[in-house]
Design a protein around this ligand. Sequence first.
Ligand code: NG6
Ligand code: CA
Length: 508
Amino acid sequence: MKKNLFRIVLSLFSGVFIISCDSILNKKIIQPNIIIIYTDDLGYGDVSAYKKGTLNTPNIDKLANEGIRFNNGYSSSATCSPSRYALLTGIYPWRNPRAKIITGGSLIIDTTEMTIPKILKTQGYRTGIVGKWHLGLGSGKINYNTNISPGPNQIGFDYSHIMADTQDRVPCVYIENGDVINLDQNDPIKVNFFHEKENNDYGLPTGLKNPELTTMKWHHGHNGSIINGIPRIGYMKGGEKARWSDIDMADHFLKKAQDYIKENKENPFFLYYTLQQPHVPRTPHPRFEGKSGMGPRGDAIIEADWCIGELYKTLKSEGILDNTLIIFSSDNGPVLNDGYYDDAVEKLGEHTPSGGLRGGKYSLFEAGTKVPFITYWKEKIKPGVSNKIISQIDLFNSISSIVGAEYRSKDGIDFSNLIINNQGKGRKELILEASTRTAYRNGDWVMIPPYNGPAIAPNVKIELGNSTDFKLYNLKEDPYQKTNLSKKEPEKLNEMISSFVKIRGESF
Ligand code: NG6
Ligand code: CA
């Protein structure tokens, strides 16, 4: 009774609806450990289970081949912060004007909002995040020299060990439960960014002034403070002892994730393991250098795959593999040159990060948001492939259902039956987002409205989906979006526009 009252009060505050709905597991409530493994900028074709090619990801493939490989799995957005917002809240990112790529900004999840870790806490789970956060911290200019709040610990995580934004943004330090690790109070951290009034490089070397001091050269953006030879987005002073080592980042996060698993294996736990690869700057440990033959981007993917294999081994050696549901995906599609000269373009060879899909990161075309999406649960999930449409936005409702909780977000759908039993329908329709622009998928059809802006992003050289006309594609016949059918199929186009407007509103 107390618990129910608590839930009702919580739901009133969070605006999340509680509906009575049976769990897919026929009311038998089970509490598997749940791990979401989330990569950064990994494309649909970067996983060899999706696209056999020159790059091999045996550990991710194992999850895909022994679990369910979703061929129509989507992130909510073609960039990071909005996707991560939607994943944790089950709310479309375009509903939240603050859900844009964050550079030193405030927390974009309201502390009263319901989140996946909060749901799991109501069911007695321990909850932790290890890796990239990128959902903002604090509620104003962040002071890294005191406990930083609100952050992950205020939106449902009992434990957090994170980098604040991205590996290419300052401050280059790890933050555990709100405190910068190894911070020396006599060497306080100061940070500011190009967009801030201060715009102060503290008189320290930058990529712009001192390119000779960089070991990785910037191509566009990324010409602020030089940390470990890498010029970053923004300026940073102090915190020398707290700075991360880029080449050790993968090992660092892996170790923290493994420790968390070991410490919490007696309780049901949730781990949100958010790897930094293959986002820029790509800094695989030297033991992975040259392994892919594709330069640092390929090597970083091999490193990420290795980390996932090691995490898997830990689950096995701790005896909890068969009681752990693993969900693997990526926050957005792939990009090659995202701001540094790192041979990603030059050494790509035959590899197709998007698996041939049109576009990439930042794009409204398929490759922006169609990403690897895998669910794995040893013995419980039968190996299979699904062509049903599913979005990361659906994980909120689905996870809630799996653990027998009744929270449902208004934008998500409970696909627990699909995720675990490979049964039931997928989504009929879905709004896709890229840098606040939106498109619409319904069944096999995709409609992209007209948007101003360059057709191809000048630096990253990715087709963004901007044009003066409506675009309409039938993915069944044309998965690579080569033929715009908007003129040939005016009725279909109108039908798509009106369904889109119903969800999105007129002001898309
Ligand atoms: C962009 C950065 C890009 C990357 C991206 C965020 C420039 C020119 N580009 O602004 O390098 O950091 O933000 O990527 O600075 S995401 O995957 O976290 O969304
Ligand atoms: Ca990303």
